[in-house]
Ligand binder design. Structure first.
Ligand SMILES: [Zn+2]
Length: 73
C-alpha cells in the first residue's frame, strides 16, 4: 500500500527544525510497527537526526518511537 498523501492542512504547517531550520518531514509507521498509527506519528529532520513525537511533542532518542496518541507505555 503506497503512503497516502497528507492533507493540505498538515503540509501547510511548515514546521522548521529547531536544530538546523530545515523543513520537518512527517513520519508514518508501517503496519507491522508496534506503534503503528494510520497517520503521522513523528516529525523528523533527516539531515540532523532531530525527531519528536506528534502527540507528546517530546524529543525522541535514537530508535525511540512515539506511542499512538502519545500515551504512556
Ligand atoms: Zn534539523
Amino acid at each position: 500500500m503506497p503512503p497516502h498523501p497528507l492533507p493540505n492542512e498538515t503540509m501547510s504547517q511548515e514546521m522548521a527544525c529547531p536544530q538546523c531550520g530545515k523543513q520537518l518531514i512527517a513520519i508514518e509507521y508501517p503496519y507491522d510497527h508496534p506503534d503503528f498509527y494510520d497517520g503521522v506519528s513523528e516529525w523528523a529532520c533527516i539531515p540532523c537526526g532531530y525527531h519528536r513525537g506528534r502527540w507528546s511533542g517530546k524529543l525522541l532518542g535514537d530508535g525511540e518511537t512515539e506511542p499512538k496518541y502519545g500515551r504512556k507505555r
